[in-house]
Design a binder for this molecule. Structure first.
Ligand code: NDP
Length: 330
């Protein structure tokens, strides 16, 4: 193990002005934990963009190594679940927010937060999926639990060109759903259709103030956008349908009416990836082995190195990233 290694450190001065430092770190800069992992692959999620740009207060402990997810190899472990050499995935549990995170050569954290790399997946593919893709899978599983089968009707995916959106389209398409993709980037129509969407709508159709009820257009929805978009999606969901909510790319508000709930029996299903219980996490990661085509994952992901992280973090907040960005840390 190296004594000094590369990392990104977010610091804040006495006036709460944040600095992003691409620097050298030592193990003492990492918070306590019973497992040390060499980070081999990580990703850029929307939340990482919020942390590095300082746009939202996702970092709640200073200084902080950002980065909410990674795949790597255990270097040392005092946790009985893991030993040196084990391949693992980490996502959530406040890593990169309140516990030093993924954007460094090593991470030290609680072994109980790690999951063993599923059979059939490697570090690169796990991080091409990343928190966003795993959240897409949690969303699809929530729709399934609610009985939204392909035969019930179409499913709309908002923020279609984003990380959650692209993986949700690929998984839903593979499972046989008719997928409607809502995007601001209609020039990506061919790409979205290649992932599994059968119809593309412009996000402007959903981004203004919603009526209490509108024409029924879909049986289910995976929403990563929130605000007026989620309100419109709810108003257009057919009788007995279900909508998952995981994101806030348009806003954190929900200017909706109760009409879809009380007149159409529509359900709103909240999706949290950060504190999801271990069994649900493991189910989602192993479903991603079977229910996401490798070729589609390749098509929706691009690769950068450690030096590209800060730039990519700004781009994701500006809505300029298509699909998923995987970071080679080696
Ligand atoms: P991305 O930035 O990759 O995707 C977000 C997409 O939303 C964009 O690509 C864009 O899609 C669309 N979008 C952006 N701005 C707006 C806007 N103002 N109005 C309407 N649509 C907009 O982010 P991720 O996919 O990584 O994450 C999506 C959301 O999900 C984020 O809010 C993130 O914080 C949240 N999230 C929540 C998790 C949880 O545990 N609940 C876990 C993971 C993510 P297009 O160009 O196609 O219109």
């Amino acid at each position: 193990m190296q004594d000094r290694f590369k990392g990104i450190l977010l610091t804040r001065d006495e006036n709460k002005v944040m600095s992003v430092n691409v620097t050298e770190l030592g193990l003492d800069d990492l918070m306590e934990g019973d497992v040390v992992v060499e980070v081999e692959w990580t990703t850029i999620n929307y939340k990482d963009g919020l942390a590095i740009t300082g746009k939202s207060p996702v970092v709640r402990r200073w200084p902080m190594v950002p980065g909410i997810d990674f795949a790597g190899t255990v270097v040392s472990s005092e946790n009985e679940r893991f030993k040196a050499g084990d391949k693992v995935i980490l996502n959530g549990f406040g890593v990169g927010e309140v516990h030093t995170g993924a954007y460094a050569t090593y991470a030290r954290l609680k072994g109980d937060w790690l999951i063993p790399m599923p059979e059939g997946m490697n570090g690169r593919s796990a991080m091409a999926i990343g928190t966003a893709g795993y959240t897409a899978m949690l969303s699809v599983m929530a729709l399934e639990r609610h009985g939204i089968t392909p035969g019930r009707g179409p499913v709309v995916v908002t923020g279609a060109n984003g990380g959650v959106g692209t993986v949700a389209i690929a998984v839903l398409g593979k499972l046989g759903y008719e997928v409607i993709a809502s995007t601001g980037r209609t020039e990506e129509t061919d790409f979205l259709k290649s992932l599994g969407a059968s119809e593309i709508i412009h996000r402007d159709e959903l981004s203004g103030p919603a009526k209490p009820l509108a024409k029924e257009r879909w049986a289910g929805a995976v929403d990563a956008v929130g605000s007026h978009t989620l309100a419109n999606v709810l108003s257009m969901t057919s009788y007995g349908g279900a909508v998952t909510a995981c994101g806030l790319a348009q806003g954190m508000d929900l200017p909706a009416s109760v009409a879809p709930f009380i007149l159409r029996g529509v359900s709103l299903l909240g999706i949290d990836s950060v504190m999801a219980p271990l069994a649900l996490r493991q189910e989602a990661w192993s479903r991603l082995v079977t229910d996401l085509d490798h070729d589609k994952l390749e098509a929706l992901s691009s690769e950068i190195g450690f030096d590209g992280i800060v730039d990519a973090a700004h781009q994701i907040i500006d809505g300029k990233i298509r699909g998923r960005v995987v970071v080679d840390m080696k």
